[in-house]
Design a protein around this ligand. Sequence first.
Ligand code: GRF
Length: 203
Amino acid sequence: MKRIAVLASGSGTNLQAIIDAVDDGTITGAQVTLVISDREDAFALERARNHNIPTMFFNRKNYAGREEFDGAIIAALQAQQIDLVILAGYMRLITPDFVAAFPQRILNIHPSLLPAFPGTQGVADALAYGVKVTGCTVHFVDEGMDTGPIILQEAIPVNDHDTRETLHQRIQVLEHKLYPQAIKLWLEGRLKIEGRRCLIDDN
Ligand code: GRF
């Protein structure tokens, strides 16, 4: 049984989708065994508690710098023998040490078709730019901001009447489907990274 940790700063709807995918058998051979947040009031922690999943809150203010902060998180993940780290609305850039501690074992989801509109305002930036198509991306995490090899992407049209909220809402529907799919592929050992490309073994 593989052990998944989810890091989230916000409402945790992607966390919920992953928990549900484990419960309904979409994801097999793994469980979410730890949820970590950098925000004490993140609703993601409440969702975890509702499912009896252990939670941890790390307060950035208690650490001298990013290295110390991520060092504490790495130690917790290692102590819990975590196999796969899932960033789901985690609003911090992780350190190179964190990436190195879990090689090809950290995934992220982003609400745009990367490499377009990386960063914290992916939905608003796409809307402001005026693109007619956007979507979401699940990717491996490397040292950059939303730059790692892409695992899955899906597109949706931008409507004339879309606001940031309506567009984000439709993107999230895709996210909740795509993230469990990507996790399943990872667990099945079907993802192979070749340079920038992530190839999917279709056995
Ligand atoms: C998602 O849209 C994700 O793409 C972005 O942050 C949002 C998190 O939403 N990185 P939630 O906390 O999972 O509801």
